[in-house]
Design a binder for this molecule. Structure first.
Ligand code: SAM
Length: 207
């Protein structure tokens, strides 16, 4: 039962993913999502990529915050892609949003094409963390911003490898970003919220 629930968090699918898991995550992670959007600072950005967009609700909020922003998204769940497309059909029709099916391990975008790359609640599932961050940094312009939001003790009891979930501390995520070559690494936390919310933000070095 726990394994089935964790699989849905990792890759929401079917009616359960669209109608139960996606909306549940939006409510459960609401405090983290506020910190995440605040850190992205959407108003000043014009090309944003969100990885693991789930229902696409945060992409809609980013588009609403910055009328001139073009927001892109990648998720490897076909059902989440369908749900996000349904939710954002007007923005997609206006060419203000583009969504793709894809894996964060290999992003189907050219080098240095985004001002910001951001992701919420996916770090637990990164298959090869340092190389996955290198791939995110590849599509980021020099000086661009990487924003990674996560719960620091969420599901800690269920972090067994067979459930496909790894729990990270703030220090560990910062170390992954540093090893991948990112600079100016900082974190913002809401430690009193349970489970604690954390956003790590870093920059791609300017050569
Ligand atoms: C726990 S949900 C989080 C959804 C949303 N970001 C949020 O914070 O509510 C994880 C999302 O990341 C996606 N995901 C997980 N691993 C991925 C990968 N390797 N490549 C692309 N998407 C991935 C899943 O399909 C799912 O939509």
């Amino acid at each position: 039962m726990i394994a089935a629930v964790m699989r849905q968090f990792k890759k929401p699918s079917g009616w359960v993913g669209k109608r139960l898991v996606g909306p549940f995550l939006n409510v459960f992670h609401a405090p983290l999502h506020e910190l995440y959007l605040d850190t992205i600072d959407v108003q000043t950005e014009n090309k944003i990529l969100e990885i693991g967009f789930g229902t696409g609700r945060l992409l809609a909020r980013m588009a609403a915050l910055a009328k001139r922003a073009v927001v892109s998204g990648v998720d490897y769940s076909e059902d989440m892609l369908q749900e996000a497309q349904r939710r954002n059909r007007d923005l997609i029709a206006q060419n203000r949003m583009e969504l793709r099916l894809g894996d964060l391990a290999r992003l189907d975008y050219p080098d240095a094409c985004f001002d910001t790359v951001c992701t919420a609640n996916t770090v637990y599932y990164w298959p090869d963390p340092v190389n996955n961050v290198r791939e995110m940094a590849r599509v980021l312009r020099p000086g661009g911003k990487l924003v990674v939001a996560f719960r620091t003790t969420a599901f800690a009891r269920f972090r067994h490898a067979q459930l496909g979930f790894t729990w990270y501390s703030v220090t560990q995520v910062k170390a992954i970003l540093a090893e991948a070559g990112l600079v100016h690494i900082e974190s913002r936390q809401r430690p009193l919220i349970r489970p604690p919310c954390c956003v790590v933000v870093a920059r791609k070095a300017v050569a």
